[in-house]
Design a protein around this ligand. Structure first.
Ligand SMILES: [Zn+2]
Length: 335
């Protein structure tokens, strides 16, 4: 029986409904100084606005060490009714302070942490996100080591997705260790994998690396693929089996929503609607209505999706928003 692992437990993929593949409820990164997401009430307000606009599931895409708060995410999920899939793994190296303890961890230590987040529960206190971080020995298996985060019913809050990240056409030694650790955790659990591609670069190369490590392309989400809006490339990647995460709406300093709509139309025109995922990846408090900013997470369902439905019809949009995420977020293992 396949299942999706949410912060409130395992559910049938069929119950997710319209799913935002990439948002953040809690995130603290030196790359986003002043734009921290660290206020539970404000993040809960934002999640409620997303749910109220018709999105019934989302991925909380913040990996280890960047201000994750799994217990708070579980409380927000319980309070709003939004299904939330939490993330383990690591972001690209630039998101971590040089002294961050995660950067010193070996590949086996990272793999053990990621697997434990998926199977046993995430640490209640995130690693290295407090000043000074949590001291660890580079080869100890003590990465984390604090009590497990609990949901409102006292059950461990577990991650449902593995994440890695790379730079623009570059993979640092840390990022390579993370890719290896993510692959190992995938092989032992069957959890799905998401990779942050900076500006959409190195997509084929990442699929090659993961494939050599035992991760099939059909278990991989290529996040931010639309930052390189090349429909021919995207059809190739989808033909390999990969899922393409598009999250560039409401960013018209880079390109208008119309360009993203035409990219989606072109890829769907080649029969690949079932390999597309949409999310906002809004990620900054200054863009969250709940924190006093705009346009907010509900921009996707309220502003973008109506235009997409008008262009492609409701059936294609349902394939993208409901069917594709239900397939890729389902675990292929039994853990
Ligand atoms: Zn993100």
């Amino acid at each position: 029986m396949s299942f999706v692992r949410t912060v409130l437990g395992d559910v049938s993929p069929a119950v997710l409904g319209p799913t935002d593949y990439h948002e953040h409820l809690f995130q603290v990164s030196p790359l986003l100084a002043g734009d921290e997401l660290d206020d539970e009430a404000a993040s809960a307000t934002e999640a409620g606005l997303l749910f109220g606009a018709g999105i019934t599931a989302m991925v909380e895409a913040t990996p280890v060490g960047l201000g994750r708060d799994p217990a708070a995410v579980a409380r927000v999920s319980a309070a709003t009714g939004l299904h939330v899939v939490a993330t383990t793994g690591a972001h690209r190296e630039a998101h971590y302070r040089p002294e961050h303890p995660l950067l010193r961890a070996s590949e086996p230590v990272l793999a053990a942490r990621f697997r434990a987040d998926l199977v046993d529960g995430c640490p209640a206190r995130d690693i290295g996100s407090t000043p000074g971080g949590t001291a660890i020995a580079p080869d100890s298996d003590a990465l984390g080591g604090t009590a497990v985060a609990l949901d409102p019913d006292g059950r461990p809050v577990r991650a449902g997705l593995l994440k890695a990240g790379i730079g623009y056409w570059s993979i640092s030694p840390f990022e390579r260790r993370v890719l290896g650790a993510v692959s190992a955790a995938h092989r032992s659990t069957g959890a799905p994998v998401m990779v942050h591609l900076e500006h959409g670069s190195a997509a084929h190369e990442v699929l090659d690396l993961l494939g050599a490590d035992g991760v099939e392309p059909g278990r991989v989400v290529l996040a931010h693929a639309d930052r390189n809006p090349d429909p021919g490339l995207h059809v190739e990647l989808a033909q390999r089996g990969a899922y393409l995460g598009y999250d560039g709406m409401a960013r018209h300093r880079e390109r208008p929503d119309s360009a993203l709509i035409e990219l989606i139309a072109a890829v769907c025109g080649e029969g690949m609607a079932g390999h597309l995922l949409l999310g906002g990846d809004v990620a900054r408090r200054s863009r969250y209505v709940g924190y006093g900013g705009m346009p907010g997470l509900a921009y996707l369902p309220e502003r973008f999706l109506p235009r997409l439905r008008a262009r492609l019809g409701p059936e294609v949009v349902r394939q993208i928003m409901v069917d594709a995420p239900a397939r890729v977020l389902a675990w292929c293992g039994t853990h």
